[in-house]
Design a protein around this ligand. Structure first.
Ligand SMILES: Cc1cc2nc3c(=O)[nH]c(=O)nc-3n(C[C@H](O)[C@H](O)[C@H](O)COP(=O)(O)OP(=O)(O)OC[C@H]3O[C@@H](n4cnc5c(N)ncnc54)[C@H](O)[C@@H]3O)c2cc1C
Ligand SMILES: NC(=O)c1ccc[n+]([C@@H]2O[C@H](COP(=O)([O-])OP(=O)(O)OC[C@H]3O[C@@H](n4cnc5c(N)ncnc54)[C@H](O)[C@@H]3O)[C@@H](O)[C@H]2O)c1
Length: 497
Protein backbone atom coordinates (compact mmCIF):
# COMPACT_ATOMS: atom_id res chain seq x y z
CA UNK A 1 0.00 0.00 0.00
CA UNK A 2 1.31 3.43 -0.93
CA UNK A 3 1.87 5.96 1.87
CA UNK A 4 -0.11 9.17 1.30
CA UNK A 5 1.19 12.71 1.77
CA UNK A 6 0.01 16.25 1.10
CA UNK A 7 3.46 16.94 -0.29
CA UNK A 8 6.33 14.80 -1.51
CA UNK A 9 9.62 16.63 -2.02
CA UNK A 10 12.34 15.04 -4.16
CA UNK A 11 15.77 16.37 -3.16
CA UNK A 12 16.88 17.37 0.35
CA UNK A 13 18.95 20.52 -0.39
CA UNK A 14 17.95 24.08 0.50
CA UNK A 15 15.13 24.02 -2.07
CA UNK A 16 13.87 20.81 -0.42
CA UNK A 17 14.37 20.73 3.34
CA UNK A 18 13.55 24.43 3.92
CA UNK A 19 10.13 24.26 2.18
CA UNK A 20 9.55 20.93 3.97
CA UNK A 21 9.64 22.84 7.26
CA UNK A 22 7.41 25.63 5.94
CA UNK A 23 4.91 23.09 4.54
CA UNK A 24 4.77 21.35 7.89
CA UNK A 25 4.14 24.71 9.60
CA UNK A 26 1.24 25.16 7.18
CA UNK A 27 -0.26 21.86 8.34
CA UNK A 28 0.81 19.60 5.47
CA UNK A 29 1.88 15.99 5.87
CA UNK A 30 5.30 15.99 4.18
CA UNK A 31 7.71 13.37 2.81
CA UNK A 32 11.26 14.31 1.80
CA UNK A 33 13.33 12.02 -0.41
CA UNK A 34 17.12 12.35 -0.52
CA UNK A 35 19.41 10.02 -2.43
CA UNK A 36 22.78 11.02 -0.92
CA UNK A 37 24.57 8.05 0.70
CA UNK A 38 24.06 8.11 4.45
CA UNK A 39 20.83 10.03 3.93
CA UNK A 40 22.64 13.31 4.54
CA UNK A 41 20.30 16.25 4.02
CA UNK A 42 21.37 19.78 3.10
CA UNK A 43 22.23 19.07 -0.55
CA UNK A 44 25.17 20.63 -2.36
CA UNK A 45 25.29 23.65 -0.06
CA UNK A 46 25.78 21.82 3.20
CA UNK A 47 27.68 18.76 1.98
CA UNK A 48 29.95 19.98 -0.83
CA UNK A 49 29.20 23.68 -1.38
CA UNK A 50 28.64 26.76 0.77
CA UNK A 51 29.48 25.27 4.15
CA UNK A 52 32.67 23.24 3.54
CA UNK A 53 34.06 25.94 1.22
CA UNK A 54 33.44 28.69 3.74
CA UNK A 55 34.99 26.55 6.50
CA UNK A 56 38.12 26.22 4.34
CA UNK A 57 38.04 29.93 3.45
CA UNK A 58 37.83 30.78 7.14
CA UNK A 59 41.10 28.91 7.69
CA UNK A 60 42.60 30.78 4.73
CA UNK A 61 41.57 34.06 6.30
CA UNK A 62 43.06 33.06 9.68
CA UNK A 63 46.31 32.16 7.95
CA UNK A 64 46.40 35.59 6.36
CA UNK A 65 45.68 37.24 9.71
CA UNK A 66 48.39 35.19 11.42
CA UNK A 67 50.94 36.08 8.74
CA UNK A 68 50.17 39.78 9.06
CA UNK A 69 49.70 39.78 12.86
CA UNK A 70 53.04 41.50 13.45
CA UNK A 71 51.69 44.62 11.68
CA UNK A 72 49.24 44.84 14.60
CA UNK A 73 51.87 44.24 17.26
CA UNK A 74 51.27 40.52 17.73
CA UNK A 75 54.31 38.24 17.41
CA UNK A 76 53.27 34.72 16.50
CA UNK A 77 56.44 33.11 15.17
CA UNK A 78 56.28 30.68 12.30
CA UNK A 79 52.85 30.05 10.83
CA UNK A 80 52.07 26.65 9.31
CA UNK A 81 49.04 25.05 7.71
CA UNK A 82 48.11 21.65 9.16
CA UNK A 83 45.84 20.47 6.36
CA UNK A 84 44.47 17.26 7.97
CA UNK A 85 43.39 19.41 10.95
CA UNK A 86 41.78 21.91 8.58
CA UNK A 87 39.84 19.10 6.90
CA UNK A 88 38.84 17.65 10.27
CA UNK A 89 37.36 20.96 11.38
CA UNK A 90 35.56 21.35 8.01
CA UNK A 91 33.97 17.93 8.57
CA UNK A 92 33.01 18.77 12.17
CA UNK A 93 31.13 21.85 10.99
CA UNK A 94 29.40 19.92 8.20
CA UNK A 95 28.50 17.03 10.52
CA UNK A 96 27.07 19.32 13.19
CA UNK A 97 24.89 21.12 10.65
CA UNK A 98 23.74 17.83 9.09
CA UNK A 99 22.59 16.71 12.54
CA UNK A 100 20.82 20.04 12.94
CA UNK A 101 18.86 19.60 9.70
CA UNK A 102 17.98 16.01 10.63
CA UNK A 103 16.72 17.29 13.98
CA UNK A 104 14.61 19.94 12.26
CA UNK A 105 12.96 17.25 10.11
CA UNK A 106 12.09 15.30 13.23
CA UNK A 107 10.81 18.37 15.03
CA UNK A 108 8.60 19.26 12.07
CA UNK A 109 7.41 15.66 11.57
CA UNK A 110 8.77 15.44 8.05
CA UNK A 111 9.04 11.80 6.94
CA UNK A 112 12.51 11.36 5.40
CA UNK A 113 13.26 8.62 2.86
CA UNK A 114 16.85 7.82 1.87
CA UNK A 115 16.87 6.74 -1.77
CA UNK A 116 16.33 7.80 -5.35
CA UNK A 117 12.95 9.39 -6.04
CA UNK A 118 11.23 9.07 -9.42
CA UNK A 119 7.77 9.51 -10.91
CA UNK A 120 5.58 6.44 -11.53
CA UNK A 121 2.70 8.76 -12.34
CA UNK A 122 2.41 12.54 -11.83
CA UNK A 123 1.16 12.05 -8.24
CA UNK A 124 2.78 8.71 -7.48
CA UNK A 125 6.44 8.64 -6.52
CA UNK A 126 8.75 5.66 -6.15
CA UNK A 127 11.68 5.63 -3.71
CA UNK A 128 14.44 3.11 -4.36
CA UNK A 129 16.67 2.82 -1.31
CA UNK A 130 20.35 1.96 -1.53
CA UNK A 131 19.72 -1.48 -0.05
CA UNK A 132 17.20 -2.39 -2.72
CA UNK A 133 13.91 -1.59 -0.96
CA UNK A 134 11.12 0.20 -2.82
CA UNK A 135 8.44 2.51 -1.41
CA UNK A 136 5.51 4.04 -3.23
CA UNK A 137 4.25 7.43 -2.11
CA UNK A 138 0.96 9.06 -3.13
CA UNK A 139 1.12 12.87 -3.16
CA UNK A 140 -1.40 15.67 -3.51
CA UNK A 141 1.51 17.90 -4.51
CA UNK A 142 5.12 17.25 -5.52
CA UNK A 143 8.10 19.60 -5.26
CA UNK A 144 11.11 18.75 -7.43
CA UNK A 145 14.30 20.12 -5.86
CA UNK A 146 16.94 17.83 -7.27
CA UNK A 147 19.47 20.63 -7.69
CA UNK A 148 22.70 20.57 -9.63
CA UNK A 149 25.99 18.73 -9.92
CA UNK A 150 29.55 19.47 -11.01
CA UNK A 151 30.06 19.77 -14.74
CA UNK A 152 33.22 19.32 -16.74
CA UNK A 153 34.18 19.94 -20.36
CA UNK A 154 34.78 17.37 -23.10
CA UNK A 155 38.40 16.24 -22.80
CA UNK A 156 38.65 17.49 -19.22
CA UNK A 157 36.74 14.73 -17.46
CA UNK A 158 37.23 14.67 -13.69
CA UNK A 159 39.61 12.00 -12.37
CA UNK A 160 39.69 13.25 -8.76
CA UNK A 161 43.47 13.67 -8.88
CA UNK A 162 44.82 15.74 -11.78
CA UNK A 163 41.55 17.09 -13.20
CA UNK A 164 39.37 17.96 -10.24
CA UNK A 165 36.01 19.49 -9.31
CA UNK A 166 34.86 21.49 -6.32
CA UNK A 167 33.51 18.21 -4.88
CA UNK A 168 37.04 16.80 -4.82
CA UNK A 169 38.45 19.84 -3.00
CA UNK A 170 35.86 19.88 -0.23
CA UNK A 171 36.19 16.14 0.45
CA UNK A 172 40.01 16.01 0.38
CA UNK A 173 41.31 15.13 3.84
CA UNK A 174 45.05 14.74 3.45
CA UNK A 175 46.70 17.40 1.38
CA UNK A 176 46.43 20.43 -0.89
CA UNK A 177 48.26 21.16 -4.14
CA UNK A 178 51.46 23.17 -4.43
CA UNK A 179 50.22 24.62 -7.71
CA UNK A 180 46.84 24.73 -9.45
CA UNK A 181 45.30 25.95 -12.72
CA UNK A 182 41.69 27.03 -12.26
CA UNK A 183 39.41 27.22 -15.30
CA UNK A 184 36.55 29.66 -14.77
CA UNK A 185 36.45 32.70 -12.49
CA UNK A 186 32.84 32.59 -11.32
CA UNK A 187 32.19 32.21 -7.60
CA UNK A 188 33.70 28.70 -7.44
CA UNK A 189 36.90 29.53 -9.36
CA UNK A 190 37.48 32.85 -7.61
CA UNK A 191 36.81 31.57 -4.08
CA UNK A 192 39.22 28.66 -4.55
CA UNK A 193 41.81 30.95 -6.18
CA UNK A 194 41.65 33.18 -3.10
CA UNK A 195 41.78 30.23 -0.69
CA UNK A 196 44.68 28.40 -2.32
CA UNK A 197 46.68 31.61 -2.64
CA UNK A 198 46.34 32.08 1.13
CA UNK A 199 47.36 28.42 1.61
CA UNK A 200 50.57 29.23 -0.30
CA UNK A 201 49.62 27.38 -3.49
CA UNK A 202 50.77 28.86 -6.81
CA UNK A 203 47.50 29.77 -8.55
CA UNK A 204 46.69 30.51 -12.21
CA UNK A 205 43.11 31.63 -12.83
CA UNK A 206 41.94 31.29 -16.44
CA UNK A 207 38.76 33.08 -17.58
CA UNK A 208 37.29 32.95 -21.06
CA UNK A 209 35.61 36.35 -20.81
CA UNK A 210 37.48 39.63 -20.58
CA UNK A 211 37.13 40.01 -16.81
CA UNK A 212 36.92 37.85 -13.71
CA UNK A 213 33.62 37.43 -11.80
CA UNK A 214 31.97 38.52 -15.06
CA UNK A 215 28.47 38.49 -13.54
CA UNK A 216 29.47 41.46 -11.37
CA UNK A 217 29.80 45.19 -12.08
CA UNK A 218 32.91 45.72 -14.30
CA UNK A 219 34.58 47.96 -11.70
CA UNK A 220 34.23 45.19 -9.11
CA UNK A 221 35.85 42.71 -11.53
CA UNK A 222 38.75 45.13 -12.07
CA UNK A 223 39.18 45.74 -8.33
CA UNK A 224 39.17 42.00 -7.52
CA UNK A 225 41.65 41.28 -10.32
CA UNK A 226 43.97 44.00 -8.94
CA UNK A 227 43.75 42.49 -5.44
CA UNK A 228 44.36 38.97 -6.78
CA UNK A 229 47.34 40.06 -8.86
CA UNK A 230 48.71 42.03 -5.91
CA UNK A 231 48.64 38.78 -3.93
CA UNK A 232 50.54 36.94 -6.67
CA UNK A 233 47.67 35.11 -8.39
CA UNK A 234 48.33 34.76 -12.12
CA UNK A 235 45.07 35.99 -13.72
CA UNK A 236 44.54 35.27 -17.43
CA UNK A 237 41.35 36.77 -18.87
CA UNK A 238 40.08 36.43 -22.47
CA UNK A 239 41.91 33.12 -22.42
CA UNK A 240 40.84 29.78 -23.81
CA UNK A 241 42.30 26.48 -22.58
CA UNK A 242 42.67 23.81 -25.26
CA UNK A 243 41.12 20.70 -23.73
CA UNK A 244 42.62 18.54 -26.49
CA UNK A 245 46.11 19.54 -25.39
CA UNK A 246 45.70 18.29 -21.81
CA UNK A 247 48.63 16.16 -20.82
CA UNK A 248 48.81 14.29 -17.53
CA UNK A 249 52.45 14.11 -16.48
CA UNK A 250 54.11 12.27 -13.56
CA UNK A 251 53.84 15.34 -11.40
CA UNK A 252 50.70 17.03 -12.65
CA UNK A 253 49.07 18.48 -15.76
CA UNK A 254 50.02 20.58 -18.76
CA UNK A 255 47.49 22.45 -20.88
CA UNK A 256 47.84 24.95 -23.73
CA UNK A 257 46.03 28.26 -23.66
CA UNK A 258 45.50 31.01 -26.22
CA UNK A 259 43.57 34.27 -26.50
CA UNK A 260 39.85 33.50 -26.70
CA UNK A 261 38.03 34.37 -29.91
CA UNK A 262 35.01 36.68 -29.79
CA UNK A 263 32.63 33.86 -30.85
CA UNK A 264 33.62 31.76 -27.84
CA UNK A 265 33.19 34.72 -25.48
CA UNK A 266 29.71 35.41 -26.77
CA UNK A 267 28.84 31.74 -26.27
CA UNK A 268 30.00 31.91 -22.65
CA UNK A 269 28.00 35.06 -21.99
CA UNK A 270 24.82 33.66 -23.48
CA UNK A 271 25.01 30.16 -22.11
CA UNK A 272 26.99 30.41 -18.91
CA UNK A 273 28.41 33.32 -17.02
CA UNK A 274 28.52 33.76 -13.32
CA UNK A 275 25.57 32.61 -11.23
CA UNK A 276 24.17 29.81 -13.26
CA UNK A 277 23.78 28.44 -16.70
CA UNK A 278 25.53 25.91 -18.80
CA UNK A 279 29.20 26.14 -19.54
CA UNK A 280 30.64 26.43 -23.01
CA UNK A 281 33.06 23.82 -24.30
CA UNK A 282 36.74 24.60 -24.14
CA UNK A 283 37.66 24.85 -27.83
CA UNK A 284 40.81 24.81 -29.88
CA UNK A 285 43.45 27.43 -29.27
CA UNK A 286 45.24 29.49 -31.92
CA UNK A 287 48.95 29.62 -32.65
CA UNK A 288 50.08 31.07 -29.35
CA UNK A 289 51.53 28.19 -27.32
CA UNK A 290 50.84 29.51 -23.82
CA UNK A 291 51.32 26.21 -22.03
CA UNK A 292 50.41 26.15 -18.35
CA UNK A 293 51.71 23.52 -15.97
CA UNK A 294 50.58 22.70 -12.42
CA UNK A 295 49.95 19.87 -9.98
CA UNK A 296 46.25 19.84 -10.91
CA UNK A 297 43.51 21.51 -12.90
CA UNK A 298 40.24 22.63 -11.31
CA UNK A 299 37.38 22.89 -13.81
CA UNK A 300 34.95 25.51 -12.45
CA UNK A 301 32.95 26.53 -15.51
CA UNK A 302 29.41 26.15 -14.15
CA UNK A 303 27.14 23.31 -13.04
CA UNK A 304 24.49 21.08 -14.63
CA UNK A 305 20.97 20.32 -13.42
CA UNK A 306 20.07 16.87 -12.03
CA UNK A 307 16.89 15.44 -13.57
CA UNK A 308 17.95 12.14 -15.21
CA UNK A 309 16.60 9.79 -12.56
CA UNK A 310 13.20 11.50 -12.18
CA UNK A 311 11.44 9.72 -15.06
CA UNK A 312 9.86 13.03 -16.08
CA UNK A 313 8.52 11.41 -19.27
CA UNK A 314 5.42 10.23 -17.39
CA UNK A 315 4.61 13.83 -16.49
CA UNK A 316 4.00 17.10 -18.34
CA UNK A 317 7.03 18.68 -16.67
CA UNK A 318 9.05 20.42 -19.39
CA UNK A 319 12.75 21.19 -19.60
CA UNK A 320 14.41 24.18 -21.28
CA UNK A 321 17.22 23.72 -23.80
CA UNK A 322 19.66 24.24 -20.93
CA UNK A 323 18.13 21.35 -18.97
CA UNK A 324 16.41 23.49 -16.35
CA UNK A 325 12.78 22.80 -15.41
CA UNK A 326 10.27 25.30 -16.85
CA UNK A 327 8.21 26.98 -14.12
CA UNK A 328 5.91 29.98 -13.64
CA UNK A 329 6.18 32.72 -11.01
CA UNK A 330 4.85 30.39 -8.30
CA UNK A 331 7.18 27.56 -9.37
CA UNK A 332 4.41 25.49 -10.99
CA UNK A 333 5.66 23.17 -13.74
CA UNK A 334 3.55 22.08 -16.73
CA UNK A 335 2.10 19.26 -14.59
CA UNK A 336 -0.79 20.17 -12.32
CA UNK A 337 0.29 20.04 -8.64
CA UNK A 338 3.96 19.50 -9.49
CA UNK A 339 6.28 22.37 -8.57
CA UNK A 340 10.05 22.83 -8.90
CA UNK A 341 12.54 25.10 -7.09
CA UNK A 342 16.26 25.69 -6.59
CA UNK A 343 19.19 25.09 -8.92
CA UNK A 344 17.09 22.71 -11.02
CA UNK A 345 15.04 25.65 -12.34
CA UNK A 346 18.05 27.84 -13.20
CA UNK A 347 18.06 31.58 -12.37
CA UNK A 348 20.45 32.39 -9.55
CA UNK A 349 22.06 29.13 -8.45
CA UNK A 350 22.33 30.23 -4.84
CA UNK A 351 21.34 28.52 -1.60
CA UNK A 352 19.32 31.44 -0.22
CA UNK A 353 17.43 31.85 -3.51
CA UNK A 354 16.71 28.08 -3.54
CA UNK A 355 15.18 28.17 -0.05
CA UNK A 356 13.01 31.19 -0.80
CA UNK A 357 11.76 29.71 -4.07
CA UNK A 358 10.77 26.51 -2.28
CA UNK A 359 8.92 28.45 0.42
CA UNK A 360 6.94 30.41 -2.17
CA UNK A 361 6.07 27.12 -3.93
CA UNK A 362 4.68 25.44 -0.81
CA UNK A 363 2.85 28.57 0.35
CA UNK A 364 1.20 28.67 -3.07
CA UNK A 365 0.23 24.98 -2.81
CA UNK A 366 -1.27 25.65 0.62
CA UNK A 367 -3.49 28.40 -0.82
CA UNK A 368 -1.55 31.21 0.87
CA UNK A 369 -0.96 34.27 -1.24
CA UNK A 370 2.85 34.51 -1.53
CA UNK A 371 4.53 37.38 -3.33
CA UNK A 372 6.51 36.18 -6.35
CA UNK A 373 10.27 36.42 -5.82
CA UNK A 374 11.79 39.68 -7.04
CA UNK A 375 15.10 38.64 -8.65
CA UNK A 376 16.51 42.10 -8.03
CA UNK A 377 16.31 41.41 -4.29
CA UNK A 378 18.53 38.32 -4.38
CA UNK A 379 21.94 39.15 -2.93
CA UNK A 380 24.89 37.65 -4.83
CA UNK A 381 27.90 36.93 -2.67
CA UNK A 382 31.45 35.76 -3.35
CA UNK A 383 33.61 34.91 -0.35
CA UNK A 384 36.97 35.87 -1.79
CA UNK A 385 39.46 38.07 0.05
CA UNK A 386 38.22 40.79 -0.31
CA UNK A 387 34.57 39.75 -0.43
CA UNK A 388 32.20 40.74 -3.23
CA UNK A 389 28.45 41.30 -2.85
CA UNK A 390 25.72 42.85 -4.97
CA UNK A 391 22.03 42.90 -5.80
CA UNK A 392 19.90 44.42 -8.50
CA UNK A 393 21.09 46.33 -11.54
CA UNK A 394 24.40 47.89 -12.49
CA UNK A 395 24.21 51.41 -13.94
CA UNK A 396 24.67 50.06 -17.49
CA UNK A 397 21.93 47.44 -16.99
CA UNK A 398 19.61 50.09 -15.54
CA UNK A 399 20.19 52.36 -18.53
CA UNK A 400 19.53 49.43 -20.89
CA UNK A 401 16.20 49.00 -19.11
CA UNK A 402 15.40 52.66 -19.77
CA UNK A 403 16.10 54.14 -16.33
CA UNK A 404 17.72 57.53 -15.89
CA UNK A 405 20.18 55.98 -13.45
CA UNK A 406 22.80 57.66 -11.29
CA UNK A 407 25.63 55.82 -9.58
CA UNK A 408 27.71 56.86 -6.58
CA UNK A 409 30.69 55.14 -5.01
CA UNK A 410 32.01 55.36 -1.47
CA UNK A 411 35.45 53.94 -0.53
CA UNK A 412 36.22 51.85 2.55
CA UNK A 413 39.40 53.86 3.14
CA UNK A 414 37.22 56.70 4.51
CA UNK A 415 35.74 54.35 7.14
CA UNK A 416 37.63 54.25 10.46
CA UNK A 417 36.78 50.62 11.25
CA UNK A 418 38.12 49.47 7.86
CA UNK A 419 41.46 51.10 8.70
CA UNK A 420 41.43 49.59 12.20
CA UNK A 421 40.93 46.15 10.64
CA UNK A 422 43.62 46.75 8.01
CA UNK A 423 41.08 46.49 5.16
CA UNK A 424 41.06 49.93 3.51
CA UNK A 425 40.58 48.64 -0.05
CA UNK A 426 37.20 48.36 -1.70
CA UNK A 427 34.05 50.39 -2.08
CA UNK A 428 30.28 50.34 -2.12
CA UNK A 429 28.39 51.57 -5.17
CA UNK A 430 24.76 52.48 -5.16
CA UNK A 431 22.65 52.73 -8.31
CA UNK A 432 19.52 54.85 -8.03
CA UNK A 433 16.63 55.78 -10.31
CA UNK A 434 17.05 59.58 -10.61
CA UNK A 435 13.35 60.07 -11.27
CA UNK A 436 11.97 58.28 -8.20
CA UNK A 437 15.11 58.15 -6.03
CA UNK A 438 14.48 54.42 -5.54
CA UNK A 439 17.42 52.04 -5.18
CA UNK A 440 18.02 49.88 -8.27
CA UNK A 441 21.12 48.02 -7.12
CA UNK A 442 24.25 47.96 -4.99
CA UNK A 443 27.68 46.59 -5.80
CA UNK A 444 30.35 46.18 -3.16
CA UNK A 445 33.85 44.84 -2.69
CA UNK A 446 35.65 44.92 0.64
CA UNK A 447 35.55 43.65 4.23
CA UNK A 448 32.38 41.82 5.29
CA UNK A 449 30.33 43.11 2.34
CA UNK A 450 28.56 39.71 2.20
CA UNK A 451 26.99 40.70 5.55
CA UNK A 452 26.66 44.44 4.90
CA UNK A 453 24.74 44.03 1.63
CA UNK A 454 21.59 42.89 3.47
CA UNK A 455 20.91 46.45 4.64
CA UNK A 456 20.66 47.55 1.00
CA UNK A 457 18.44 44.59 0.10
CA UNK A 458 16.10 45.43 2.97
CA UNK A 459 16.02 49.11 2.01
CA UNK A 460 15.07 48.14 -1.54
CA UNK A 461 12.44 45.64 -0.30
CA UNK A 462 10.63 48.34 1.67
CA UNK A 463 11.11 50.84 -1.17
CA UNK A 464 13.46 52.90 0.94
CA UNK A 465 15.49 55.69 -0.63
CA UNK A 466 19.18 56.50 -0.17
CA UNK A 467 17.96 59.51 1.84
CA UNK A 468 16.35 57.12 4.36
CA UNK A 469 19.39 54.83 4.41
CA UNK A 470 21.50 57.91 5.13
CA UNK A 471 19.15 58.92 7.97
CA UNK A 472 19.58 55.46 9.52
CA UNK A 473 22.04 55.80 12.41
CA UNK A 474 24.95 53.41 11.93
CA UNK A 475 27.04 52.53 15.00
CA UNK A 476 30.52 54.03 15.16
CA UNK A 477 33.10 52.75 14.55
CA UNK A 478 31.63 50.00 12.39
CA UNK A 479 31.99 48.79 8.83
CA UNK A 480 28.25 49.38 8.41
CA UNK A 481 28.95 53.11 8.25
CA UNK A 482 29.99 52.53 4.64
CA UNK A 483 26.33 51.86 3.80
CA UNK A 484 25.12 55.11 5.35
CA UNK A 485 27.92 57.08 3.70
CA UNK A 486 27.30 55.50 0.27
CA UNK A 487 23.64 56.43 0.64
CA UNK A 488 24.46 60.01 1.67
CA UNK A 489 26.94 60.24 -1.22
CA UNK A 490 24.08 59.28 -3.52
CA UNK A 491 22.18 62.30 -2.18
CA UNK A 492 25.25 64.50 -2.78
CA UNK A 493 26.29 64.94 0.88
CA UNK A 494 28.71 62.26 2.14
CA UNK A 495 30.36 63.27 5.43
CA UNK A 496 33.72 61.53 5.51
CA UNK A 497 34.78 61.84 1.86
C1 LIG B 1 31.60 24.85 -4.24
C2 LIG B 1 30.27 25.55 -4.09
C3 LIG B 1 30.14 26.58 -3.20
C4 LIG B 1 28.92 27.23 -3.06
N1 LIG B 1 28.83 28.26 -2.18
C5 LIG B 1 27.67 28.93 -2.07
C6 LIG B 1 27.55 30.00 -1.14
O1 LIG B 1 28.48 30.35 -0.44
N2 LIG B 1 26.35 30.64 -1.05
C7 LIG B 1 25.28 30.27 -1.83
O2 LIG B 1 24.22 30.89 -1.72
N3 LIG B 1 25.37 29.24 -2.70
C8 LIG B 1 26.54 28.57 -2.84
N4 LIG B 1 26.61 27.52 -3.70
C9 LIG B 1 25.42 27.15 -4.47
C10 LIG B 1 24.46 26.30 -3.60
O3 LIG B 1 25.15 25.19 -3.10
C11 LIG B 1 23.26 25.85 -4.42
O4 LIG B 1 22.66 26.98 -5.03
C12 LIG B 1 22.23 25.15 -3.54
O5 LIG B 1 22.81 24.02 -2.95
C13 LIG B 1 21.02 24.75 -4.37
O6 LIG B 1 20.11 24.04 -3.58
P1 LIG B 1 19.09 22.98 -4.21
O7 LIG B 1 18.32 22.46 -3.08
O8 LIG B 1 18.39 23.61 -5.35
O9 LIG B 1 20.00 21.85 -4.85
P2 LIG B 1 21.09 20.88 -4.21
O10 LIG B 1 21.73 21.53 -3.04
O11 LIG B 1 21.96 20.42 -5.32
O12 LIG B 1 20.24 19.68 -3.61
C14 LIG B 1 19.59 18.75 -4.41
C15 LIG B 1 19.52 17.44 -3.66
O13 LIG B 1 18.68 16.55 -4.39
C16 LIG B 1 19.23 15.25 -4.31
N5 LIG B 1 18.69 14.49 -5.45
C17 LIG B 1 18.90 14.70 -6.78
N6 LIG B 1 18.17 13.83 -7.52
C18 LIG B 1 17.47 13.08 -6.64
C19 LIG B 1 16.52 12.04 -6.78
N7 LIG B 1 16.11 11.61 -7.98
N8 LIG B 1 16.02 11.46 -5.65
C20 LIG B 1 16.39 11.89 -4.42
N9 LIG B 1 17.27 12.89 -4.23
C21 LIG B 1 17.79 13.48 -5.33
C22 LIG B 1 20.72 15.47 -4.36
O14 LIG B 1 21.42 14.38 -3.79
C23 LIG B 1 20.86 16.74 -3.52
O15 LIG B 1 21.10 16.46 -2.17
C24 LIG B 1 27.81 26.83 -3.84
C25 LIG B 1 27.94 25.77 -4.74
C26 LIG B 1 29.16 25.14 -4.86
C27 LIG B 1 29.28 23.98 -5.82
N1 LIG C 1 29.50 32.33 -2.92
C1 LIG C 1 28.52 31.82 -3.63
O1 LIG C 1 27.39 32.24 -3.57
C2 LIG C 1 28.81 30.69 -4.53
C3 LIG C 1 30.01 30.02 -4.43
C4 LIG C 1 30.26 28.99 -5.34
C5 LIG C 1 29.31 28.65 -6.27
N2 LIG C 1 28.14 29.30 -6.34
C6 LIG C 1 27.15 28.97 -7.37
O2 LIG C 1 27.49 27.76 -8.01
C7 LIG C 1 27.31 27.88 -9.42
C8 LIG C 1 28.51 27.35 -10.14
O3 LIG C 1 29.61 28.26 -9.96
P1 LIG C 1 30.75 28.34 -11.04
O4 LIG C 1 31.72 29.36 -10.57
O5 LIG C 1 31.24 26.97 -11.36
O6 LIG C 1 29.97 28.81 -12.34
P2 LIG C 1 29.68 30.24 -12.97
O7 LIG C 1 28.74 30.01 -14.06
O8 LIG C 1 29.36 31.21 -11.91
O9 LIG C 1 31.11 30.70 -13.56
C9 LIG C 1 31.76 29.98 -14.56
C10 LIG C 1 32.82 30.86 -15.18
O10 LIG C 1 33.56 30.07 -16.07
C11 LIG C 1 33.78 30.82 -17.27
N3 LIG C 1 34.01 29.84 -18.33
C12 LIG C 1 33.09 29.11 -19.02
N4 LIG C 1 33.71 28.28 -19.88
C13 LIG C 1 35.05 28.48 -19.72
C14 LIG C 1 36.21 27.93 -20.29
N5 LIG C 1 36.12 26.98 -21.21
N6 LIG C 1 37.42 28.38 -19.89
C15 LIG C 1 37.52 29.35 -18.94
N7 LIG C 1 36.46 29.91 -18.36
C16 LIG C 1 35.24 29.48 -18.72
C17 LIG C 1 32.52 31.65 -17.42
O11 LIG C 1 32.74 32.75 -18.27
C18 LIG C 1 32.25 32.04 -15.97
O12 LIG C 1 32.95 33.19 -15.61
C19 LIG C 1 27.09 29.33 -9.72
O13 LIG C 1 25.83 29.49 -10.28
C20 LIG C 1 27.23 30.05 -8.42
O14 LIG C 1 26.19 30.97 -8.21
C21 LIG C 1 27.88 30.33 -5.50
Amino acid sequence: MADSFDLVIIGGGNAGYIPAIRASQLGMKVALIEKREGGHLGGTCLNVGCIPTKALLHTASLLHDARTAEDYGVKIGSVELDYPAVAKRREQVVTQLRRGVQGLMKKNKVQVYNGVGSFIEPKKIKVETHDGETHELEAKNVLISTGSAVNSLPGLEFDGDRVISSDDIVTENDDYPESIIILGSGAVGSEFASMYNDFGTEVTLVELLDRIVPGEDPEISAALQKEFEGRGINVLTSTMADSGSLEKTKTGVKIKTAPAGQDKKEGAQEEGGSYGGESVPAGETGDDDGTLEAECLLVAVGRKTVTEELNLDVTNVELTEKGTIKIDEFYRTGEDGVYAAGDVIGGYWLAHAAGHEGIIAVEHMAGENPMPLDQSLVPRVTFTRPEVASFGLTKAQAEDEGYDARETKFPFRAIGKALIEGEPNGFVKIVVDSETDLILGMHAIGPHVTDLITEGVFAKLVEGTPEEMGMTIHPHPSLSEVMGEAAMASEGHPIHF
